[in-house]
Design a protein around this ligand. Structure first.
Ligand code: ARG
Length: 418
C-alpha cells in the first residue's frame, strides 16, 4: 500500500536539497518527507529539521548513523585496505550505500513510492545512489532534481529567492564539499586547474605541514582482527577513535590528498581530500599486515584491495562480488591483531614500531649477529632449484632462438676487460 504521493528525500540542509523540496512539490505534486543522516560530523540535526519544515517538507526525519557507518562500512573498507587508485580512502563513496539503505528503509516505513537525492548528472554519487537503491528496492522510483532541472547556480539562487528559501551565507564556499567521519572531499572552483596548487582555504581538517609542530608526536593503535580497538592504550569505540585520530593527525598536517581521479562516468576529475585518521589507520593496518601475513597472502591481498576499492568507488556495495571478497578479507584478518606505533610529523605518519602475537618476524632467522638460526647451507640447494627453469630455458634458447635482436636486451653487449 505504497503512498504514491510521498517521496523520501535525502536532505543535507544545504541550498540544493532545500530547493529540491520545493521543486519536487511543484514539478511532481508529491509530499516530501526529508531524511537527514549524520555520518559522524555532529550536524545540528534540530536546526536542519526546522529548515526542512520551513522549506515545505511534510515531515522531517533525522538519524545519527555514525555507529553503523563505522561498523558496517568504514571498518570493512579498512580491513580490505580499500584505497581508490592507491590513495583515496573513499569517505564519500562509503557513505552513499548507507544513505541509500536508510532511504529505502524509510520509504518502506512511510509507505512512499519514491526516494530522491540531490546529485547532479555527472558525478559518481548518482551512480552509487541509483544502483544501491534499485538493487535494494526495485519497486521504488528515483527522483534526482539536480539531474533533471538543468538550473545553473545563479538560477538556483533566483529560484530560492522567489520561493522564500533562505540562502545560508555561512555555508557559502568557493568549493563543493562533502564530509563524514572518514574524510572530507573538496572539488570545484580553483581546484579545477590541475596545474594550480590547492589554495590553503580548501582545507579545514588539517594544518599546512609547514606549520605543523616541530616536535613529532607518537600514537599507538591496537588492532583486533584488522579493526582498531584502542588508541594510546585507551579502549575506544569506532567513532570516538576516528574522531580523536582525525584531530591528532590533522594537527600534524597528515591526510591531505591531491588526486586526479578516474570517475565511473568516464571523466578525469581533480579532487582534494582530507582524511587524517583514514590515512593514519590505513598506514598502521598495512604495517601490521606486513608483519603477520605471508608473502603470497600479502600479494593476493594487494590485488583484492584494488578490486575492493574499485567496487566501493563504482557503487557496487550491495553486490554478490562484494560479499565474496568480504568473506576472503574477513578470513584474512584473523591474524591482523597487535599494536602499531606511528610517528606523526610534518604531514607524514610513519611506522615507529609494531608488535603482534601473530608476528612472522623472527630475530633468530633475520639476525646477522650472534644467535643466527638460519641454515646458510640450505640456501645452496634452494638456489639450485629456484634457478633451474631459468638456466634450462637459457640453454634451450641459445640454439632454438639465436636472433637476440628480436628480444629486448636484458644486459649490455659483452664487455672485455683489458
Ligand atoms: N570524487 C569523490 C567520490 O567520487 C568525492 C565526491 C564528492 N561529492 C560531492 N558531492 N562533493 O567519491
Amino acid at each position: 500500500m505504497a503512498d504514491k504521493d510521498t517521496v523520501v528525500l535525502a536532505y543535507s540542509g544545504g541550498l540544493d536539497t532545500s530547493v529540491a523540496v520545493r521543486w519536487i512539490q511543484e514539478t511532481y505534486g508529491l509530499d516530501v518527507v526529508t531524511l537527514t543522516i549524520d555520518l559522524g560530523t555532529h550536524e545540528d540535526l534540530a536546526a536542519i529539521r526546522r529548515r526542512a519544515l520551513d522549506v515545505g517538507a511534510v515531515k522531517a526525519l533525522v538519524v545519527d548513523a555514525s555507529e553503523a557507518f563505522v561498523e558496517y562500512f568504514i571498518w570493512p573498507a579498512l580491513r580490505a585496505g580499500a584505497l581508490y587508485e592507491g590513495v583515496y580512502p573513499l569517505a564519500t563513496a562509503l557513505g552513499r550505500p548507507l544513505i541509500a539503505k536508510l532511504l529505502v528503509d524509510t520509504a518502506r516505513q512511510e509507505g512512499a513510492g519514491a526516494v530522491a537525492h540531490g546529485c547532479t548528472g555527472k558525478g559518481n554519487d548518482q551512480v552509487r545512489f541509483d544502483v544501491s537503491i534499485k538493487t535494494l528496492a526495485p519497486e521504488l522510483d528515483i527522483i534526482a532534481p539536480a539531474r533533471e532541472w538543468g538550473m545553473t547556480r545563479q538560477q538556483e539562487m533566483d529560484y530560492a529567492a522567489e520561493h522564500g528559501i533562505a540562502v545560508d551565507v555561512s555555508r557559502k564556499s568557493p568549493y563543493s564539499t562533502d564530509e563524514n567521519l572518514w574524510g572530507r572531499s573538496i572539488e570545484c572552483g580553483a581546484l579545477e586547474d590541475p596545474w594550480a596548487e590547492p589554495p590553503e582555504d580548501a582545507y579545514a581538517w588539517t594544518v599546512n605541514p609547514a606549520d605543523a609542530p616541530d616536535e613529532p608526536e607518537y600514537v599507538q593503535i591496537e588492532f583486533d582482527q584488522g579493526v582498531p580497538v584502542a588508541l594510546n592504550g585507551e579502549p575506544m569505540g569506532g567513532p570516538a577513535l576516528i574522531e580523536e585520530l582525525n584531530r591528532l593527525a590533522g594537527a600534524h598536517g597528515i591526510g591531505r590528498i591531491d588526486h586526479v581521479e578516474n570517475r565511473v562516468v568516464g571523466i578525469k576529475s581533480r579532487e582534494i581530500y582530507e582524511a587524517p585518521a583514514a590515512v593514519a589507520l590505513h598506514a598502521a593496518h598495512a604495517v601490521l599486515e606486513g608483519m603477520t601475513m605471508t608473502r603470497p597472502a600479502l600479494r593476493f591481498k594487494g590485488a583484492v584491495s584494488a578490486h575492493y576499492a574499485d567496487l566501493i568507488y563504482d557503487g557496487l556495495w550491495f553486490s554478490k562480488f562484494h560479499q565474496d571478497l568480504a568473506a576472503y578479507v574477513l578470513s584474512s584478518q584473523q591474524v591482523v591483531s597487535g599494536s602499531v606505533r606511528l610517528k606523526l610529523f610534518k604531514g607524514q605518519a610513519t611506522k615507529a614500531g609494531v608488535q603482534s602475537p601473530f608476528s612472522l618476524y623472527s630475530k633468530a632467522l633475520a639476525t646477522y649477529d650472534e644467535g643466527d638460526r638460519f641454515d646458510h647451507q640450505a640456501a645452496l640447494g634452494f638456489i639450485a632449484l629456484h634457478g633451474l627453469p631459468t638456466r634450462t630455458q637459457a640453454r634451450v634458447l641459445k640454439t632454438a632462438l639465436p636472433e637476440q635482436e628480436v628480444r629486448p636486451r636484458l644486459s649490455p653487449p659483452e664487455i672485455k676487460p683489458d
